[in-house]
Design a protein around this ligand. Structure first.
Ligand code: FES
Length: 215
C-alpha cells in the first residue's frame, strides 16, 4: 500500500470539475493535484507529501476536461520529480516510475511555432463561469475541422484579461481584435471569418481598448 494517493486532474480546464474531483478524492482518501493550470501542481503535492514522511505515492490520472493530455505526460512529470527525490517511490496508476522516462525537454519544443496568429482565450474566473471552457473547446474543434494547427494559429488560454463584463473574452493577435460574449457559435465564426477569412467578425460584442480607437 502506498503512503499516499494523489488524484491528478489532467486537463487545463479541469477546474470545471474540481468540486467533483475534490469529493471523489476525499471519499477515496486521496488528495488532489493538477497537471496544469491550477495549484497544487504535481511536484508541489509530491514535495508536501515527502515533507510529511511519505516514502511511496500513487498518482491516479483523472482525464476530465477537453482533450486532456495522455498519462504519458504525468509519467514524464513524475519522473522529473523522482530523479531529484529517489528516496520516494512514485507510481502512476500502478506502474512504477523508474526515472528513465523521457525528460521534460525535447528538440520538438525548442522553437516557437511558425504561427500566423495567436488567439488568447481568457480562462479567468468570470470567463470560466460564463462558459469559457466550452468556448475554448469549440475553437479547438473548429480549428481542427479547418485543418489549422499550432503552425497556423497558436491558441493560448490565459488568466483574467480585464474586460470581465464581456465574458467569455477572446483576443486575436497580431490584429489585437477583442471579442466578447464568445460562445460556441461565435467561436466558430471567429475561426471561419477571421482566422480563415482574414476579416474581423462583424456583429459580435467588441470590448473597447481604453484610450485607443476601436479596432
Ligand atoms: S475573467 Fe476573463 S476578462 Fe476577466
Amino acid at each position: 500500500m502506498p503512503d499516499a494517493v494523489v488524484m491528478v486532474a489532467m486537463g487545463v480546464d479541469a477546474e470545471r470539475h474540481v468540486d467533483d474531483l475534490l469529493d471523489l478524492a476525499w471519499a477515496t482518501g486521496a488528495t488532489l493535484a493538477h497537471l496544469q493550470g491550477r495549484d497544487p501542481s504535481v511536484a508541489a503535492e509530491l514535495d508536501r507529501l515527502r515533507a510529511t514522511g511519505a516514502t511511496s505515492v500513487t498518482l491516479v490520472p483523472a482525464s476530465l476536461g477537453h482533450r486532456a493530455p495522455t498519462r504519458t505526460w504525468l509519467r514524464r512529470i513524475a519522473a522529473d520529480w523522482s530523479r531529484r527525490h529517489p528516496d520516494v517511490r512514485v507510481d502512476v496508476a500502478g506502474r512504477e516510475v523508474t526515472g528513465r522516462e523521457a525528460p521534460l525537454t525535447s528538440a520538438a519544443w525548442e522553437h516557437v511555432p511558425d504561427h500566423a496568429r495567436q488567439v488568447l482565450v481568457c480562462r479567468g474566473p468570470r470567463c470560466s463561469a460564463r462558459g469559457a471552457g466550452e468556448t475554448a473547446a469549440a475553437l479547438d474543434d473548429a480549428l481542427t475541422v479547418r485543418g489549422l494547427g499550432d503552425d497556423d494559429v497558436l491558441v493560448t488560454q490565459t488568466g483574467c484579461l480585464f474586460p470581465c463584463n464581456h465574458a467569455p473574452v477572446v483576443v486575436v493577435h497580431p490584429e489585437d481584435t477583442w471579442y466578447g460574449r464568445v460562445g460556441v457559435p461565435e467561436a466558430s465564426r471567429i475561426v471561419d471569418e477571421h482566422l480563415v477569412g482574414g476579416e474581423p467578425v462583424t456583429g459580435l460584442e467588441r470590448p473597447r481598448v481604453r484610450g485607443a480607437a476601436r479596432r
